[in-house]
Write a protein that binds this ligand. Structure first.
Ligand code: ADP
Length: 328
């Protein structure tokens, strides 16, 4: 714990956007104002710090945003922040306004930036896990995951209706370049026969064999949920392999894409974003610096930023077993 007093804080959203980021911004601003702090919004992630796109926020500036997807502060990937000169510029822009604490809502990349920045300059940073991928260790939930996975479930349910009507083989690709959580959760929730994720190696021979057997019985109705980062390179690539090996299969591919990022945040995402946003400011007030605020076993949990960027949330082997048993 530090005894340094924080008086002026900045809040930004960075990296990939996620539904619920607005709810987190709202909570940070209103908790900050409750404690008598000056709160500044920083536009487009670290770009706003480097380019001096920073503005004072009040309670009204976050009115009517809790239900909105995207982020009113916009988000971006900022190349300059990787360089010491970019971070120096960012620091100078904060310093001239007296901003002495930051809340960063983003993924592990954004936390890496925050960790570097807080090591170099005397500006404490608090990270809030905002990512649809749920790939951050130190929290059972990340802001945006619940909404994204529910969007995927709704879409896949609709696909299953038409798939069943035609006796087709459907490959649905969901987001997740490095993490299979959206695929795993949406696949289990929609009763997918197969779920392919980056964390586990796909046994293609086993898959082809099971599809071939179904085809022989004229029962090739099969839903495969594929994470975009699976080692096959996504649903289109996998479809090519299946087409080659089972040419008679009536195969269709659907890539859900960016619809998974948008939309009004779910109740759960609004709740965790509000809770985390509140605790981020409490951390700055109490001198608990350079941590990520997470939720573990229903309790608020603080992970040092340097630890949070080193660990990934793992998918348990038991989940994969459950997938197999339930789909058989
Ligand atoms: P996410 O936060 O969603 O994982 P990125 O990995 O794209 O997204 O990171 C967002 C931004 O965080 C980057 O564009 C960059 O400005 C900053 N950042 C990421 N890694 C570093 C790093 N090692 N050093 C400095 N800044 C970084």
């Amino acid at each position: 714990m530090s005894t340094k007093k924080v008086n002026k804080i900045g809040v930004l959203t960075s990296g990939g956007d996620a539904p619920g980021m607005n709810a987190a911004v709202r909570a940070v601003v209103r908790t900050g104002i409750y404690h008598g702090l000056d709160v500044f919004g920083i536009m487009r992630g670290y770009s706003g710090m480097v380019d001096d796109d920073i503005f004072p926020m009040d309670s009204r500036s976050v009115a009517n945003i809790i239900q909105r997807g995207g982020t009113i502060l916009k988000t971006a990937r900022c190349k300059e922040f990787f360089e010491p000169e970019g971070r120096k510029k960012a620091y100078e822009n904060l310093k001239k306004r007296g901003i002495d604490g930051l809340v960063i809502i983003g993924g592990d990349g954004s936390f890496r930036g925050a960790q570097r920045f807080s090591n170099e300059y005397d500006i404490p940073c608090i990270g809030l896990p905002g990512t649809i991928d749920k790939d951050i260790a130190g929290s059972d939930f990340t802001i945006g995951f619940d909404t994204a996975v529910n969007t995927a479930v709704e879409a896949i349910d609709k696909i299953r209706d038409t798939m069943d009507a035609h006796d087709r083989l459907f490959l649905v690709e969901v987001m997740g370049r490095d993490a299979g959580y959206i695929a795993l959760h949406s696949g289990i929730a929609t009763g997918a026969e197969n779920i392919l994720i980056p964390e586990t190696k796909t046994d293609i021979e086993e898959l082809i064999q099971s599809l071939t057997e179904k085809e022989k019985r004229k029962k090739l109705v099969n839903l495969i949920v594929v994470a975009e980062g699976d080692e096959f390179g996504g649903a289109n690539e996998l479809a090519k392999v299946i087409k080659e090996r089972i040419p008679q299969a009536d195969t269709r591919v659907c890539i859900l894409g960016h619809i998974q990022r948008g939309g009004s945040p779910s109740c759960l995402d609004r709740l965790i974003a509000s809770n985390m946003g509140y605790h981020a400011v409490e951390c700055l007030i109490k001198g608990r610096f350079n941590v990520m605020v997470g939720i573990v076993n229903n309790k608020v949990h603080f992970t040092p930023l340097d630890k949070a960027v080193k660990q990934k949330q793992r998918i348990s082997a038991e989940w994969m077993k459950i997938v197999k048993i339930l789909a058989s």
